[in-house]
Design a protein around this ligand. Structure first.
Ligand SMILES: C[S@@+](CC[C@H](N)C(=O)[O-])C[C@H]1O[C@@H](n2cnc3c(N)ncnc32)[C@H](O)[C@@H]1O
Length: 341
């Protein structure tokens, strides 16, 4: 049996997500992975008036409950609505589009074209995939700007100017000091590579070029470097606190297939566990909290149990809520399946 202390918290909420999400504290969720109604008339719950406006309401709640470095994934397969929803998010939220995953479901539907029931089916391409859109609050380039700060430029210029006075290459100076790649007199060092030589090596340089270059006292350079390092460290911490989790797997493309068979489904739009687990493992860490506001039969919850994450799941429909409870409960009673990633 799984140790109670290790068991992650599971909160299953029965009702309308727009009401129930109000009880979730601000910035408390690490990952939102949700599969909303697509508004394509697949079932009774899948036809929603003013769809984009309705999505806008839960998008804003997602924005409120997600941590600054959280990740937001939502499924859709209707391209026109995807375009409208992306536009809505761009104009009305702080979410930044990152990328999307294509779930390639194989050609099972295309095969059915051999006997099309209606000729009109042959006048477009059958869609045999679904899309999962990935948003965060920061893009990587925006974050990198936090670290590309001119803090070290003064010192950098000093070392560069002094090197030019010697007429020697950076490698030559490194050889004088008996060290490899000190970076400080590179034309364009990246900030995280920037460091000055230690006192022994700097004195070796001073001796070698005896009054021609590197004339500034080491202690004043060291003090300047230390105060800049502190400035840099606070920038680095800010960067880390905003940087979203991305645990790379071996396969890093965005077209995915599931290894699961399309049988025994308990929900008409049930997602494969392996795809949900892959997203969860990539975009959260063990012990993190994952929210699915349209959990249906609870696939995201099962994937959270299997990967040792906390889970908050919301479902409106009585029948699917019970199915979700049961599936998640069964997963919890199979502790040997937990994958420690
Ligand atoms: C696409 S299905 C999710 C299927 C799920 N991914 C699975 O693997 O079983 C969407 C679900 O959202 C539920 N739903 C629709 N409107 C809702 C609302 N306002 N609040 C909570 N759930 C809702 C539907 O009952 C349906 O089960």
């Amino acid at each position: 049996m799984i140790d109670a202390a290790e068991m992650k918290k599971i909160d299953l909420l029965h009702g309308d997500c727009l009401e129930l999400m109000q009880d979730i504290p601000d910035k408390s969720v690490d990952l939102i992975l949700t599969d909303p109604p697509y508004n394509i008339g697949k079932a009774r719950w899948d036809k929603i008036p003013n769809y984009v406006e309705w999505c806008g309401k839960w998008f804003i709640e997602c924005q409120r409950v997600l941590k600054d470095n959280g990740s937001f994934y939502w499924w859709q397969n209707d391209m026109v609505q995807i375009a409208q929803l992306m536009e809505w998010l761009r104009n009305n939220s702080g979410f930044v589009f990152n990328s999307f995953i294509v779930w390639d479901k194989g050609d099972f539907r295309a095969l059915s074209w051999k006997n099309p029931s209606d000729d009109s089916n042959l006048r477009s391409w059958f869609n045999t995939c679904e899309y999962c859109l990935f948003y965060t609050f920061q893009d990587e380039t925006g974050l990198k700007k936090v670290l590309k700060n001119p803090a070290f430029y003064g010192l950098q210029n000093y070392f560069l100017t002094e090197r030019k006075k010697t007429g020697k290459t950076a490698t030559f100076l490194d050889n004088v000091m008996g060290i490899k790649s000190s970076y400080c007199y590179w034309e364009k060092p990246t900030t995280h590579e920037y460091r000055i030589p230690d006192e022994k090596n700097y004195i070796a340089l001073q001796k070698y070029f005896d009054g021609v270059a590197f004339t500034q006292e080491y202690e004043s350079l060291r003090q300047e470097y230390e105060s800049l390092r502190q400035e840099y460290e606070s920038l680095r911490q800010e960067y880390e606190s905003l940087r979203y989790t991305h645990n790379l797997g071996t396969n890093h493309n965005n077209v995915w297939r599931s290894n699961e068979r399309n049988t025994g489904k308990q929900h008409p739009t049930q997602k494969p566990n392996d795809l949900m687990e892959r997203i969860i493992k990539t975009s959260s860490n063990q012990g993190d909290t994952v929210l699915d506001l349209f959990m249906g039969s609870g696939t995201t919850g099962v994937a959270c149990v299997n990967t040792n994450r906390n889970f908050i799941g919301i479902e409106l429909d009585d029948k699917y809520f019970e199915i979700a409870k049961q599936r998640i409960n069964e997963a919890q009673n199979k502790p040997e399946q937990i994958t420690m990633l």
